[in-house]
Design a protein around this ligand. Structure first.
Ligand code: SF4
Length: 318
């Protein structure tokens, strides 16, 4: 999509949007409305701050992104002319990525100028950096995930498959249109086995979650929408790299129909927060309530923007 200046953001739907909307309406506001145009130097200071905070990363998020990149590189390399990377080699590349990001996170002034180019970890922005315990935990996770990646069913099958696409290597960010709305969806890995079945894969570097199968259903709709792919059965696969186990998710017509209903309902709920559907102008910020339970808010990237309000509301037994 070509960038064009817009006074209000374009409405589009994604799984992460749904998850943010469910988690906290105010976070949804900052992420999708309050930070809009905050990349301009002359934007209003709140929008600029919201845009910067939106770019903060947690160590777990960063690790997840790094492992997705490693998976993509490992599959593309092994299917090309290169010898397959070993778990040790992947681990070293992952450590380099983490170490570079860690060093960048100490450059607060540079990050404020270019928050989309430089990594800033939440722990540095809101504190003095990660504890030794956190660093050890992230490094151990990286090692476990890289080892399990190479052992996973999806990785092994993708090396042999007649057709493979890897996210953001073979194709940029992908979307399909659903009832006039843009829906962002692209599997981490898509491959077709010898019998013609499509496999859509999501690498997971954290714990299991009930919403993960829904994400694969959206990917199933995306595959189904692609005119360049021959129609064939689709199955989903969640690869839990921390546990070293995977789950197969059926993506037949009943699951995809159910997901269409879910997306329709989710869009309708989000649209209630829109003041003008023709421009997607949002209702005022205060119409997006804070999270009911604010006890974990200090871990949220937008805490700085909510702090005064949160501290003004003291929950208690009286
Ligand atoms: S700090 Fe709390 S209330 Fe504010 S956006 Fe984050 S989760 Fe929501």
């Amino acid at each position: 999509m070509v960038f064009e200046h817009r006074e209000h953001p374009e409405f589009s739907w994604s799984q992460s949007r749904r998850s943010t909307f469910r988690s906290c309406p105010r976070q949804y506001y900052w992420q999708y409305y309050g930070s809009h145009n905050g990349w301009y130097d002359d934007a209003d200071e709140t929008a600029r701050l919201a845009y910067r905070l939106k770019k903060l990363s947690s160590f777990y998020e960063f690790l997840g992104g790094a492992i997705h990149e490693l998976a993509a590189d490992a599959i593309k390399g092994a299917r090309g002319d290169e010898p397959p990377l070993t778990a040790d080699e992947l681990f070293q590349v992952g450590r380099d990525k983490l170490n570079r990001a860690y060093a960048q996170s100490k450059r607060l002034k540079d990050w404020k100028r270019r928050p989309n180019r430089i990594t800033m970890f939440h722990d540095f922005y809101y504190g003095t950096g990660p504890s030794r315990d956190m660093i050890d935990r992230i490094r151990d996770r990286l090692r476990t995930c890289t080892e399990n990646l190479l052992e996973s069913e999806s990785y092994r099958e993708a090396l042999q498959a007649p057709f493979v696409e890897v996210k953001e290597v073979d194709r940029g960010p992908e979307f399909f249109t659903f009832e006039g709305y843009t829906v962002w969806a692209q599997p981490d890995l898509l491959y077709r086995t010898g019998d013609g079945e499509y496999h859509v894969v999501d690498w997971k570097t954290g714990q299991t979650d009930d919403t993960h199968p829904l994400q694969l259903r959206t990917y199933g709709l995306y595959v189904q929408s692609r005119a360049d792919l021959e129609p064939h059965a689709i199955v989903g696969r969640l690869e839990y790299l921390l546990k070293g186990s995977g789950t197969t998710v059926p993506l037949g017509s009943s699951e995809l129909d159910a997901e269409q209903r879910e997306i329709r309902d989710s869009i309708a709920a989000m649209q209630k927060y829109v003041a003008d559907p023709s421009t997607n102008a949002a209702r005022p910020k205060d119409d997006f309530p804070l999270k009911d339970d604010t006890s974990e808010c200090r871990y949220c990237k937008f805490y700085e923007l909510c702090q005064d309000e949160i501290e003004g509301t003291v929950a208690g037994p009286f």
